[in-house]
Every structure is written in C-alpha cells, then in structure tokens.
Design a protein around this ligand. Structure first.
Ligand code: CA
Length: 242
C-alpha cells in the first residue's frame, strides 16, 4: 500500500474483487475521494493481507476464486472474537440479488450489502456511513492497546511504554513496532515488513529497514531492558523474548 504519512488506518480501504473492471472503477473513485486504497483479486491473498495489516474498511465481493466472500467474512469475525480486535466494517458486493443472499451475507458478518451494478455515488454513501459509524464506536470504546512482555502500545493515544517508561518513536518506528506487536513470536520476512511499513512503491536506501530496527531497539532497550526484536538470519525479524 502506498504510504501516506497523513493517512490514518481508518481511511485505508481494502477492495477484494476478482473483476478488474469493477475493482478499478471503485479504486479510482475512492482514491479521488481521498482514501488510501488497496486491491486484491482472490480470497487467499485477501486473508493474508487482512492478517498482516487490517484496513479501516473492507469492500468484499461475494463470489471470489479460492476462498469466497462469505468465508472471508466469517474468518474476519472469528479472528476479531479471538484476538479482541475492534470490528472491521465490511461492505459486501454481489451480482445476485435474492433475499437469501442478503441474509447469508449479513449473517456471515457483513455490515452492509450492495448489488451490482451500482453507481459509484451509492457505494461512496455506504462507505461514508460505515466509516462514520465506526468512528463513533471508536470514540466511545476503551483505549485500544497492544502489548507484549513488558511493552505496551496504546493505539488511540499513539504512545509506547516499557516498564512504565514512556518511549518516543518516529512514525516509521511506531508503525514497525505496531506490526511486530500484531504478530508476536512470528517471523516477519523483510519483504512483508517493507511493504507494510514503507509501501510497495518504496524506492530508496535498501538499508532503511536495518537502520530503523536498530533505532527502534535502541529506544526499547535504553534503560538496559532485554532485547525483544530478534534478527532471524536470512529470513527477517521476530518479536520474541529469548
Ligand atoms: Ca466475483
């Protein structure tokens, strides 16, 4: 996803749609409206993407190759229940318009439903309504925290504490730490980290990841605390207590 320092996660939209004409049409319109938009064309890639980097809203086609939209919806809701995550707003798209399809989609956990073909303005109205509803829920929800070992990150306040010590991070260091905290004890390949934190279209110093990890470690270990971000030679990095 292209990195825009102004964007917040709540404005990032993932489109899962196997028909390029439709995903292109939605994507162009939403980008024009100022959203950060990412497109994937099959269910398996969608599940990987959702696990690595949850968007602020999901536009999900019902009929997809591999894993279909209903199954993706169910898995997203199951993962939220397991991981105590805030619910991801899901707008489902379908070519069919039967009562049973609507009911099945909503039962699987979709928040709203749009039948193809639709006008872009109609989609935009639904997207705005869902994001507005989520924003209202977030303001009344308790602080959203990630933690690992003695490290705590508050997603609402964007603060990081280790053993009560407040740690000041740059935007990239914070994004990198958030990615690690969402995947503790899981080896994250370099390429995945680069694309999640810097975006797929990053061109620049190939050492930027090593440098940022080094800086992040220095901040996290400034009071002599043990290392939490480990290098896995030839593979990537892992958040793990050794
Ligand atoms: Ca389809």
């Amino acid at each position: 996803m292209a990195q825009n320092p102004e964007r917040t996660d709540s404005q990032a939209i993932l489109i899962v749609e196997d028909e390029p004409a439709i995903s292109g049409f939605i994507r162009r319109g939403l980008i024009f409206e100022g959203y950060a938009v990412d497109v994937v064309a099959d269910g398996r890639t969608a599940l990987e993407r959702l696990r690595d980097d949850r968007p602020g809203l999901l536009i999900l086609d019902l009929m997809l190759p591999g894993v279909d939209g209903l199954e993706i919806c169910r898995r997203v809701r199951a993962a939220e229940a397991d991981g105590d995550l805030a619910p991801l707003p899901i707008l489902m798209l379908t070519a069919r318009d039967t009562v049973q399809d609507r009911v099945t989609g909503l039962e699987a956990g979709a928040d709203d439903y749009l039948v193809k073909p639709f006008a872009f303005e109609e989609l935009l109205a639904r997207v705005r309504a869902l994001l507005r509803r989520t924003a209202i829920q977030q303001t009344i929800a308790p602080a959203n925290r990630l933690s690992f070992d003695d490290l705590e990150l508050d997603l609402t306040a964007r603060t990081v504490h280790r053993r009560g010590r407040e740690i000041t991070l740059t935007v990239r260091e914070y994004d990198l730490l958030t990615l690690f905290l969402r995947h503790p004890n899981q080896v994250l390949p370099r390429g995945l980290i680069m694309s999640r934190v810097w975006g797929d279209d990053f061109f620049g110093d190939s050492n930027v990841l090593e440098v940022t990890v080094g800086n992040l470690r220095r901040e996290l270990e400034a009071a002599g605390e043990p290392r939490l971000i480990q290098t896995v030679r030839g593979a990537g990095y892992v958040l793990r207590r050794v």
